[in-house]
Design a protein around this ligand. Structure first.
Ligand code: ADP
Length: 700
């Protein structure tokens, strides 16, 4: 009954869920196949763009910082040169007092560390006085000042012409140990009463000027330097080295010359991984990509599940369509929500017709009220259903008006969350089975009738033998009586009385014989009744004795008291006993010595695995069953007798099995081994069991 497993009934008016699913899958397949690659491509492009833009942004930020640092450095350099100029011009106040000049120059050298040396020169630019920076070795200690004076004189010439401070081009001043520094001179003309009286020349050490720049980034994240127009570096500051990528150049315009300041960020071109922002974006991209891949895999799994589901649905539909068993699902109101083709074919109505409201069209009109009552009972919440494997039998009506018996197995329909939604029924058309059963019953009855007739035929000869004696006795008493009447005398009345008494006795004896046969032949109504085993034996005993007497067989009855009770069809079981007894008598007729011809009818109560039984045994002292005969003994029409029908044992076994019992036989060991053709066994025991019927008593 796997078909009756709890499944949700398909929605009403929806004959083919599987077909719809298949159509939906087919329609969605093409766009979905394109959708995923498109999504992946879009994601790739978007992520690449995002990463590139992030990198660009980072670059722009770095460049911007370099520009800012350069601007700040430029303004600081301007400020310092301005301060230097102001300081130098302050020295001119007392040009004639060398003492004062030296003091002022010393102060200025201490304040402005970038100034390496200050000279006081006359109008011809000849050095009169010079002061060296206290912070470093004298500038021209290793190289004569005169050799380095050309640029200074050019600047002083220009200063003389314009009567304003002029800067010289920078030049390299060698120092001890092969080193050297780039130095730029500034020549400030000194005037008195509007006349040029001399010059103040200061040598500005460019690296020191850079060192004095107070910009936070310089020396930490940016390298600051002076470069020439061709990029040659003149001086640099700080311990850090620029990366050469984010460079900002600014020009410092000084009277007489220009200086190019370069700010070079330590940072190189932003790389993909160490950069936090890019790493974040990259991580997100990878995450997105993983999600897409997972989604893809999930999609594929779903597609697979869908295809499996569609297959399963198609298989279920094919199975339901090909089933010969009718399937019907009803909701909790008893309305049909589903019927398979077999059910429709059985009753001759379409699913739509079956789903209409009102009593189902396959209910016979005369039974509708009864069926409605039964259905109402079954639909009552909590009503007990018949166990599914037992089912119940009822009658349905085909569209053509034919009534036919059906077997219905019903089980509750429970959905996925355990809710009772209705009932599923398997409906079997058992009309063919009923026809076959009727046919077999008729055949059985015919066979039994034949067997009975055969027994009757046999009995006819017995009867003639049995009735012969009383009849001939009656005849001779009648003849004697007639003779007495012909010549009456004093004793005639007495003798007549005796003769008539004998006649009555003999007639009664004949009557008994006839009654016993009549009792057997008369067809009793076939019904099961409870009888005691001894009653069964007693019923057949007159006939058995009749047969036995003819063959000189003694009949022993062995029923252990109290006689057990059985519930049987008496006629049938009596016939079984009679058949076995007849076989037993016949078996002893040929070779068994007269003294040993004993037929025993035995009844015992036995305990078995499945309850108590009553065992009936019929024992004879015949030749036993030969090995080649044994396997075919219960085959219909098998016989070893010239006039045998061969039906007896096969019918007997059928009757016993119909009563729930079993029949077998056993060869008995010989008490007196005899010589002879079949003298191996000491007879045969045929036995059969019937279930014991317990007398009704108080419930246990
Ligand atoms: P039938 O008596 O008409 O031959 P049965 O079916 O009653 O048909 O018996 C079939 C055969 O079984 C018999 O022909 C006989 O050979 C054998 N048979 C039956 N009962 C006995 C018995 N008690 N002893 C020996 N053989 C027997």
């Amino acid at each position: 009954m796997a078909l009756l497993s709890p499944i949700r009934p398909p929605p009403r008016h929806d004959p083919s869920l599987a077909a719809r699913l298949a159509t939906w899958r087919a329609s969605g397949r093409t766009p979905r196949a394109l959708l995923w690659p498109a999504l992946v491509a879009l994601l790739l492009v978007a992520q690449t763009l995002l990463v590139t833009l992030t990198l660009r942004y980072e670059e722009a930020r770095a460049q911007e910082r370099s520009d800012d640092v350069a601007a700040a450095a430029l303004s600081d350099i301007r400020r310092r040169t301005q301060m230097a100029l102001q300081g130098l011009q302050g020295l001119q106040q007392r040009p004639d007092a060398p003492q004062a000049w030296s003091g002022g120059a010393g102060d200025l050298l201490r304040q402005q560390r970038e100034i390496g040396r200050i000279e006081w020169r006359d109008r011809g630019a000849r050095i009169l006085e010079a002061a060296e920076s206290p912070f470093r070795e004298p500038l021209f200690a290793h190289w004569p000042r005169a050799d380095m004076d050309v640029e200074t004189e050019v600047a002083c010439d220009a200063a003389r012409r314009v009567m304003a401070p002029m800067f010289s081009r920078s030049q390299f001043v060698p120092l001890a140990g092969g080193h050297g520094v780039e130095v730029m001179d500034v020549c400030v003309p000194v005037q008195q009463a509007g006349q040029l009286v001399g010059f103040t020349v200061a040598s500005i050490v460019l690296p020191l000027l850079l060192d004095e720049v107070r910009v936070a980034e310089v020396g930490r994240s940016h390298e600051l330097s002076f470069v020439e127009a061709d990029g040659t570096r003149l001086a640099r500051s700080g311990a850090v080295r620029g990366g050469g990528v984010f460079i900002a150049d600014r020009v410092v315009d000084l009277p007489g010359t220009t200086l190019q300041v370069r700010v070079d960020a330590v940072q190189r071109a932003p790389r993909l991984i160490p950069n936090l922002a890019t790493a974040l974006v990259l991580g997100l991209s990878i995450g997105l990509f993983v999600v897409v891949v997972l989604l893809l895999r999930d999609g594929r799994r779903r597609a697979r599940a869908e295809s499996l589901l569609a297959e399963a649905l198609a298989f279920r539909k094919a199975m339901e369509d090909s089933l010969l068993t009718g399937l019907r699902a009803r909701d909790r109101d008893g309305r049909i929500v589903y019927a398979n083709p077999a059910f429709c074919a059985m009753v001759g109505y379409s699913v739509e017709e079956l789903q209409r409201a009102g009593p189902p069209p396959y209910w016979p009109p005369e039974q509708t009220a009864e069926y409605q009552r039964r259905q109402a009972e079954r639909l009552t919440p909590g009503a007990a259903l018949a166990p599914p494997h037992q089912g119940y039998e009822t009658v349905f009506l085909r569209r053509d008006g034919e009534r036919f018996p059906v077997m219905i197995y019903e089980a509750p329909l429970v959905d996925g969350v355990g809710k009772h939604t209705g009932w599923m029924s398997a409906v079997l058309d058992i009309s063919a089975q009923r026809r076959a059963e009727d046919l077999s019953r008729q055949q059985q009855e015919r066979l039994q009738a034949t067997a009975r007739l055969a027994s009757v035929g046999e009995m006819a000869s017995l009867l003639s033998h049995e009735l012969n004696q009383p009849l001939s006795a009656i005849a001779s008493y009648a003849t004697g009586s007639l003779n007495l009447l012909a010549e009456p005398d004093d004793q005639t009345l007495d003798l007549m009385h005796q003769a008539l008494t004998r006649i009555a006795e003999q007639a009664e004896r004949a009557g008994r014989v006839i009654k016993s046969v009549h009792d057997f032949v008369r067809r009793r109504h076939s019904a099961h009744e409870v009888v005691t085993a001894d009653l069964l034996i007693e019923s057949v005993l007159p006939l058995v004795r009749l047969q036995a007497r003819k063959s000189g067989v003694r009949v022993d009855v062995d029923v252990a008291p109290p006689a057990p009770r059985v519930r049987v069809d008496r006629t049938m079981v009596e016939q079984v006993l009679l058949n076995l007894a007849r076989n037993a008598v016949q078996a002893m007729e040929a070779d068994t010595p007269l003294a040993e011809r004993v037929l025993t009818l035995r009844v015992r109560r036995v305990a078995g695995a499945q309850g108590d039984w009553v065992r009936f045994s019929v024992l004879d002292a015949g030749p036993g069953i030969a090995a080649e005969v044994a396997p075919r003994l219960f085959t219909p029409f098998f016989t070893t007798k010239v006039e045998g029908m061969g039906l007896g044992l096969s019918l007997c076994r059928t009757v016993i099995e119909q009563h729930g019992g079993a029949m077998d036989f056993e060869n008995l060991p010989s008490a007196h081994p005899r010589a002879g053709p079949a003298g191996l066994a000491g007879g045969t025991e045929f036995r059969f069991t019937l279930p014991l019927s317990l007398p009704r008593g108080p419930a246990p």
